[in-house]
Design a protein around this ligand. Structure first.
Ligand code: F6P
Length: 365
């Protein structure tokens, strides 16, 4: 039976479990032998892996996080770590890998794919594998699924987990809105996303925020503080009781200096005399049960991943499974990784910016 490894890597995201379940079950349907590799690439380096039966993935659809664990593995970033990982894959008879992770994790997968031949040569030269193993495992198939709350990967409209995270943010902001209104306070809500503003942008749209900071569109002027305060003062003078500012954790000014939530809060307090608070939502955005969309996306993409493993030939480039216009897509992983690094964000902010104008015609700057 052909053996395939499944791992989740990088920050966990809602729906990763759905993807694991789908890969495991579809692998069984197709007569393959699915193995879990625990704690992402760390499990490859430390040789922590085991077979998963059909029943092992029961009840996973509704669970947040990832039951097979994840890690940001430093050892795998070095060739020595990848060499040990390759040895463990060969020793365990695994010749295909489904990697569920974000941009960094898929970059790691792509590197392993690119180096595979030379890693095996080195293992053979140092007697860590034999000639038969060198020939049997000459090709490693890797399929990437994008699991991340950040929605920061090119070549897919949505990443597994981003919609659940957004739901969580909306719920939290709705709660904050109620208390802000009651006290007449200004709230600066900081959301995750690393260098990508998708979560902040979509949350601002969904909660009719009064001001927004995202990494992709730094304020165009040096004196953005004055511009923001002038706008928010207008809202206050018009009788608006509360103010909501959303800050993406990666927000920067036009000189690429971080815009800190506490700095924004202090401005609102000093210049506009608001009782102002910061709420950093943090990991609550990542935990918890996945919404329908992430269960769906993890499931259909997991099924497709197994199809792609069966379809792959030594010549096929490793694919990344995405979604575009509601259709599951398959693009070369290397291309998606390169485009992500080149473009740095998967969002098209234009439509969102226009929708934000609905909140207040003067919002657009
Ligand atoms: O990539 C997902 C993410 O949640 C980012 O939004 C955030 O910057 C980062 O991971 C936090 O990482 P950690 O959980 O390691 O603190």
């Amino acid at each position: 039976k052909r053996r395939i490894g499944i791992l989740t890597s990088g920050g966990d995201s809602q729906g990763m479990n759905a993807a694991v379940r789908a890969v495991v079950r579809m692998a069984h349907v197709k007569g393959l032998d699915p193995w879990a590799i625990y704690d992402g690439y760390q499990g490859l380096v430390d040789n922590v892996m085991r077979p998963l039966a059909w029943a092992d993935v029961q009840g996973l659809l509704r669970l947040g996080g990832t039951v097979i664990g994840t890690a940001r593995c430093l050892a795998f970033r070095e060739r020595a770590g990848r060499l040990t990982a390759a040895q463990h894959l060969v020793e365990n008879g695994i010749d295909a890998l489904v990697v569920i992770g974000g941009d960094g994790s898929l970059t790691g997968a792509d590197r392993l794919r690119a180096e595979w031949g030379s890693l095996l040569d080195e293992l053979l030269a140092t007697n860590r594998i034999d000639q038969v193993q060198r020939a049997t495992y000459a090709h490693l198939n890797i399929v990437g699924l994008v699991g991340s709350i950040d929605n920061d990967m090119s070549s897919t409209d949505m990443t597994i987990g981003c919609v659940s995270a957004l739901h969580r943010i909306c719920e939290a902001v709705d709660a904050i809105e109620a208390t802000a209104l009651s006290h007449g306070r200004a709230f600066v809500v900081e959301v995750m996303g690393r260098h990508c503003g998708w979560l902040a942008l979509t949350a601002a749209l969904a909660s009719a925020a009064d001001w927004l900071f995202v990494p992709e569109r730094p304020p165009l002027v040096d004196n953005w503080e004055e511009e923001m305060c002038a706008h928010l003062k207008k809202l206050k003078d018009r009788g608006q009781k509360k103010i909501l500012v959303i800050v993406s954790e990666g927000a920067i000014d036009k000189n690429l200096k971080p815009i800190k939530s506490e700095y924004v809060r202090d401005l609102l307090a000093a210049k506009l005399k608001f009782d102002a608070r910061v709420t950093t939502l943090g990991h609550v955005q990542r935990g918890g049960s996945p919404c329908f969309y992430d269960r769906y996306l993890g499931t259909v993409q997991g099924v497709r991943a197994v199809d792609e493993i069966l379809r792959a030939t030594p010549e096929t480039p490793s694919p990344m499974i995405g979604i575009s216009n509601n259709k599951i897509t398959v693009e070369p992983l290397v291309q998606a990784v390169t485009l992500t690094h080149a473009v740095s964000t998967a969002i098209d902010a234009k439509d969102f910016a226009r929708a934000m104008e609905l909140r207040d015609p003067e919002f657009a700057t």
